[in-house]
Ligand binder design. Sequence first.
Ligand code: MN3
Length: 259
Amino acid sequence: MHNTFVPARRRMIQTSLATVGFLTFSGLGRAMRASSTLPPKYSGFLSGGLIDLRYPFSLPELPYASNAFAPGIDTITMEIHHGKHHAGYVRKLNAALEGEPSLQSKTLGELLADLDAVPDSIRIAVRNNGGGHANHSLYWETMRPGGSQPLGQLAADIKRDFGSLEELRAQLKTAASGQFGSGWAWLVADPSGSLVVLSTANQDSPLMEGQHPLFGIDVWEHAYYLNYQNRRGDYVDAFLDIADWAAVSANYENLFKLN
Ligand code: MN3
């Protein structure tokens, strides 16, 4: 899909990120971490410290009222989704790591990027609940009543890689509709330097494949079933209408700020 030419800016970014790691989701984490301790497998563009959240993990507060998106995303769905489902991932992730001091020092990004380093006995729990915590933390950050438009670098790269925001939305909807069973549709920054749409099953995070999640659509039934039942596509349309592309833009630009 991509030719072998990598623009100079991309080469620089990949080099600098491999050296220093990079910022986390806005508002959820602040520090940068060196990535030099990561295994080579993950030491490229996308490496640890993506999400500078650490044990004991906690449920982030919603930056808006739970009725802020009604009727498109109804109030009860928001309250159960955040207060029960996301809270459950946080609680179970903490329980899994309770007796593992060596893992408690890792960021959530580091844990998800190297599940092989997690003992067999808790690997599935960390995968499901760590993924759930990361995915939902991003989800809440990238919705805003009325939505917003992509800015700056993200706007330029959406045009470069998809042609238009409309085409990106169409590809996200296709990915969301085509995900069999529970999972997520994503816009990710790929190590190649491109923006890519993909889907994951269950609570798997793109971080597990070395990709940086920028925007995710939760297609678990708990995200929409009260209001939409089997009409997943209608929920996806409603969610895309409240996508906070400006917030996604800010997260994306954090990838380029480190040097
Ligand atoms: Mn969910």
